[in-house]
Design a protein around this ligand. Structure first.
Ligand code: C2E
Ligand code: MG
Ligand code: MG
Length: 653
């Protein structure tokens, strides 16, 4: 019951507009009224001019229908209404054009007009010699006031009831109204009341719809310019604003710098405290950057990268302050801040390119502990252009075949017979010549483009295996390198399955290599994908074991079929006394947990002998062959350089 009364109360409150409307709704309703006012004022003005002409010309031509007092009364009434309508028309037109902003004055004119119009209706009807016939003058005025003006329901009810009441009372006191006039007047009253309320209701709904659309648009506008996590401006805003400043003729561009900030070791923070705390810390860093660069334009670029368009004066102090404050907030992790600085050279410098330069300068000091700030200089141009070239041309390189897959043989330690090969990418560029993976793989990873390379290599390997099969040649099981980012940027499990299905390749002939460092900050997604590979029958190889920090933990947390022992273990093979015991220890750990082993970087027969003696199953290194094209490898096999008796041949159909 209480609930019923509560709902009813809310409905009544809402209906009679006791609840205040929001500003946009009020604005919308006001504008509706202003628009209506223009039409009403025009119609009234035209009507009154016509009436004035009719009354005055009637009096001049002396038709004798009305006496002088009647003519005077009517002329004054028409003129008052005409003038009020003209004032309302002028105000409404000016408001619509934005020339007048005062709403209170508009409200006043509207109310004033209503009073004048209703009084006019009553007066004309009352003053008329033919009173019941003039009732329509009054009704017309009510119509103007109610149908074209948006009163809220309470006002509609009060004004209408009062004016109808007064009018009927006066009419009746002069000459008693007939029953039918009373009934018809009451019906007209109800009709006007409903029309007034309906119009108001309809416009309020429209206004509220408009308001929510406006809110949504404002939200979207805001969202596209603000970084959601830190609430700092985002890259789009930064680019738009800096471009405007640069292109402004008044700006002295040499006094500004583009700054790229990279928080060092942020990864470690995430690892130590978790993802959510990491996000909170990024918010704090965003605030620190905003505070340190007061008066400059700052934005979040991505991840733990922030950017600024700042005055050159006092820039190093600002960077220093940012670094110190970040360290104050978190001092248990060795956090650092590297900054790359670029001076715009032309008014038309695109902010995105300026940021690329600043970022490049920042990257150039990544592992230099003693340097925090690097200015982009002309001698960086060569390397910078190559990096940009790689980023911008990976698609072309894949399409036009600049990327080639080389194969490095893998042999059995026992008898040096060929047991497989590793697919390694090479970029043979028409402009930059031969590019080794070290010069493009890290860049592609940094810019999240590595999956384009890896999916291409995978496709090529499957195609080559298919061709070998078709040609009845020996099938060389091949291992493919996958980057950790491949599992975020694409779906290697699905892609590899699609690929082997398409080319009719056996799962035994593909090995999946993932480097140890990839597992360091891996999430559940990568772990699941690796488990899926194994569950589906692919052999999973742990690449570069021992090169990172995680080493033994990785063995505990993940299941691999093969351990590829990093070639660093073989450096100083003869000089360092500890090398051999360490290697045999690693091999024995692998054996104890059911993994096979392959050692990379085997360059001498002594290494081979030793690895064989400690039970390492497979070997890879320059001693058995450098990475080479598939044609070279085939030629060497044909020339008898590799014993392929342990491998099977493809079958010609
Ligand atoms: P990785 O997978 O550990 O590949 C082995 C690297 O060691 C190859 O370098 C190979 O040429 C080199 N190597 C093999 N034997 C010897 C040796 O006896 N002595 C010496 N000094 N080096 C030897 P590469 O081809 O330059 O590749 C370097 C790294 O680039 C690879 O290390 C791999 O991590 C990455 N990489 C290469 N191709 C791809 C690819 O298609 N996708 C991905 N994601 N990474 C790739
Ligand atoms: Mg590898
Ligand atoms: Mg390796």
């Amino acid at each position: 019951m209480a609930q019923f009364f509560q709902t009813a109360k809310e409905k009544i409150v809402c209906f009679v507009k006791m609840k205040h409307y929001t500003e946009p709704v009020k604005d919308y309703l006001f504008l509706c009224n202003v628009r209506s006012s223009v039409y009403v004022a025009l119609v009234i003005a035209a009507l009154e001019i016509w009436m004035l002409v009719a009354v005055i010309s009637g009096a001049i031509h002396g038709d004798g229908r009305h006496d002088f007092v009647w003519v005077l009364q009517h002329t004054v009434a028409y003129i008052v209404l005409l003038l009020t309508a003209i004032v309302m028309l002028i105000y409404s037109l000016l408001y619509q054009r934005g020339k007048v902003k005062n709403k209170a004055f508009g409200e006043f004119i509207r109310i004033f007009f209503t009073i004048v119009a209703l009084s006019f209706g009553i007066y004309i009807s009352y003053a008329s010699s033919d009173r019941s016939g003039q009732v329509f003058a009054f009704l017309t005025m009510i119509g103007f006031c109610l149908c074209l003006f948006v009163w809220h329901p309470v006002n509609t009810f009060l004004i209408l009831t009062a004016s109808f009441g007064i009018y009927l009372y006066l009419q009746n006191s002069l000459a008693p109204l007939s029953y039918s006039i009373k009934v018809n007047s009451f019906t007209a009253y109800i009709v006007f009341l409903m029309a007034g309320i309906n119009i108001h209701h309809q416009r309020r709904v429209e206004a509220q719809k408009d308001e929510s659309l406006e809110k949504m648009n404002a939200y979207l506008r805001n969202k596209s310019l603000v970084d959601e996590l830190t609430t700092l401006p985002n890259l789009s805003y930064f680019q738009k604003t800096t471009m405007e400043i640069l292109q402004n003729e008044q700006t002295d561009i040499s006094s500004f710098r583009f700054v790229f900030l990279d928080v060092e070791n942020f990864k470690n923070y995430n690892e130590k405290y978790g993802f959510r705390a990491g996000n909170n810390f990024l918010r704090t860093i965003g605030q620190i950057v905003r505070d340190s660069f007061t008066g400059d334009i700052v934005a979040r670029f991505s991840d733990d990268h922030f950017i600024a368009f700042a005055a050159a004066d006092g820039l190093s102090e600002k960077i220093e302050r940012t670094k110190n404050r970040i360290r104050e907030v978190e001092n248990s992790i060795q956090l650092g801040l590297k900054a790359g600085v670029y001076t715009p050279t032309e008014r038309l410098t695109a902010p995105s390119i300026a940021l690329d330069h600043a970022r490049y300068a920042c990257d150039s000091i990544k592992k230099h502990f003693e340097t925090d700030i690097a200015e982009y200089s002309a001698d960086m141009d060569g390397e910078f252009n190559r990096k940009q070239y790689i980023i911008n041309n990976i698609d072309t390189a894949v399409e036009k075949g600049y990327i080639q897959v080389y194969y490095q043989p893998v042999v059995w330690a026992e008898n040096s017979k060929l047991c497989g090969a590793e697919a390694l990418a090479r970029w043979l560029d028409p402009e930059f010549g031969f590019l080794p993976p070290a010069s493009f793989v890290p860049i592609l990873e940094e810019y999240h483009l590595i999956h384009k390379l890896d999916m291409y290599v995978m496709e090529e390997v499957c195609k080559n295996l298919h061709d070998a099969h078709e040609a009845g040649e020996v099938i060389i099981p091949t291992s493919i390198n996958f980057s950790r980012l491949d599992f975020e940027l694409s779906d290697p499990v699905r892609e590899l399955n699609r690929c082997i299905g398409q080319y009719g390749i056996s799962k035994d002939d593909i090995h999946v290599e993932v480097t140890e460092s990839a597992l360091l900050d891996s999430d559940g997604k990568l772990k699941k994908a690796l488990a899926d590979f194994r569950a589906q029958g692919f052999s999973l190889w742990l690449d570069d074991f021992g090169s990172g920090y995680s080493g033994l933990n990785v063995l505990k947390d993940f299941n691999f079929d093969m351990m590829k022992i990093d070639m660093k273990f073989l450096s100083k093979f003869s000089e360092n006394q500890k090398t051999q015991p360490i290697l045999s220890g690693v091999v024995s750990i692998a054996q104890n947990i059911g993994m096979q082993t392959l050692t990379e970087g085997v360059e001498t027969p002594e290494m081979r002998e030793f690895l064989r003696s400690i039970g390492c199953e497979r070997l890879q290194g320059y001693l058995f062959g450098k990475p080479m094209t598939k044609e070279e490898l085939r030629a060497k096999i044909r020339a008898g350089e590799y014993d392929t008796s342990e491998l099977v041949n493809g079958k010609k159909d």
